[in-house]
Write a protein that binds this ligand. Structure first.
Ligand SMILES: Nc1ncnc2c1ncn2[C@@H]1O[C@H](COP(=O)(O)OP(=O)(O)O)[C@@H](O)[C@H]1O
Ligand SMILES: [Mg+2]
Length: 376
């Protein structure tokens, strides 16, 4: 019997560089990536989202309108992908929509994580059952709502032997230590900034969305005083479970660290921000290595847009001589699509009412079925 099912995954990450959308097939616990698309938000909407993340004070009217505008952008992106690849909406079992995070407040007493992109609008625009609000259910179960990608890393990159770690460098970075027991929960957490601060700085000085290949950073030198100030942040010493976002690592945080450092060259700041990402990832890896610094090389599989930053990848390899650093592309999945695949795969779990165990990842109290279902 052919028990294949098709799912869509869609996400816009903290970088807001694009709406990533994939179609996958799931057959006997095996996932194949069938179609991919990255599309931009309309300019005005993107600017509004950046503004809301920097100044989260908006009226209920503005909030409601933004929620629906993101839902429409997601729905339109999905319709475009299906038309391009001549896939009928009826062929898709469900969409897993992560939405756009606009506020992530994981550690306060009144923890919450807010993703927008109205799933009613997505279901209505596409005619496809939509699963959303994955993080909210985890928060309700006592978790931080993040990171969830390690669940997919374990599923897709599982290997029975050796030390394998998946590093996702998006706006924020997170690592996953693959568990050598196939169906177990891996250990994973957010290490801190990924590309977010580097993007912010290169936009401010060169009006570019990102520092392609890390070339600008490579032209500068690490400023020791600045690096020490950046590394002094408490977050880096906090034990897991932990997750973070732009609420902490933002323009204000960077400006605070730059206070009084008037003579520092902009390119040196960029190089120092790259060093911050590399150092905090490397330190987190060395501190949490499950085999206690065992003798085998760690296989470090890098995904997220940061995998394209050559300077960052080289620096990671230098800081981790006992690891073999490579892009997930050399392990069957281009680095761009892993997060979208994560939510396609999680949607299949929700539709099948499968509980997922996030206790080691988010600190939730019990396994739960994540997400809410909006039927077509
Ligand atoms: N060629 C490249 N060189 C350097 N950095 C890149 C390159 N391509 C993408 N990036 C970085 O990756 C980011 C997007 O990564 P992504 O994984 O989509 O993050 P998020 O999940 O936060 O959206 C960009 O904002 C940019 O910083
Ligand atoms: Mg992105």
């Amino acid at each position: 019997m052919d028990d294949v099912a098709y799912y869509i995954g869609i996400i816009s990450g903290t970088s807001m560089d694009g709406i990533d959308c994939v179609v996958v097939s799931l057959r006997n616990g095996h996932l194949d990536l069938l179609a991919t698309q990255s599309s931009k938000y309309p300019d005005e909407l993107r600017l509004k989202l950046f503004d809301v993340c920097a100044n989260p004070t908006l009226t209920l009217l503005e909030f409601g309108q933004l929620d629906i505008a993101v839902g429409k952008a997601f729905g339109n992106a999905i319709n475009h992908l299906l038309e391009t690849h001549k896939i009928r909406p009826e062929a898709i079992t469900a969409i897993g929509s992560h939405g756009q995070t606009v506020f992530h407040s994981p550690s306060s007493q009144d923890a919450f994580s807010l993703q927008i992109g109205d799933p009613n609008t997505i279901a209505h625009t596409t005619g496809i059952t939509t699963v959303a609000d994955f993080r909210q259910r985890d928060v309700a179960a006592g978790g931080q709502g993040a990171p969830l990608a390690p669940l997919f890393h374990q599923f897709y990159f599982y290997h029975p032997r050796g030390s394998r770690c998946v590093l996702n460098i998006g706006g924020i970075s997170n690592i996953t230590w693959i568990n050598t027991e196939e169906l177990s929960t891996p250990v994973g957490f957010d290490t801190g900034p990924g590309n977010a601060l580097m993007d912010l700085w290169v936009t401010q000085w060169l009006q570019l969305p990102y520092d392609a290949d890390g070339a600008w950073a490579a032209s500068g030198a690490v400023d020791k005083v600045l690096l020490d100030r950046l590394l002094a942040e408490d977050y880096f010493r906090r034990p897991a479970p932990k997750s973070t976002g732009r609420e902490l690592f933002n323009h204000k945080w960077l400006e605070e660290c730059l206070k009084g450092l008037h003579t520092i060259e902009p390119a040196d700041v960029q190089r120092t921000l790259l060093e911050l990402t590399a150092r905090t990832v490397a330190d987190a890896l060395l501190e949490t290595r499950p085999d206690n610094g065992g003798s085998t090389k760690v296989e470090l599989l890098v995904c997220g847009g940061g995998a394209y930053n050559k300077t960052l990848m080289c620096r990671l390899q230098e800081l981790l001589p006992d690891s073999r650093v490579s892009s997930t592309a050399s392990h069957g999945m281009p680095p761009d699509w892993i997060e979208a695949c994560t939510f396609a795969w999680l949607a299949s779990k929700t539709i099948n009412r499968e509980r997922v165990d996030t206790r080691l990842l988010t600190g939730s109290r019990e396994p739960v079925v994540l997400g809410g279902v909006y039927f077509s």
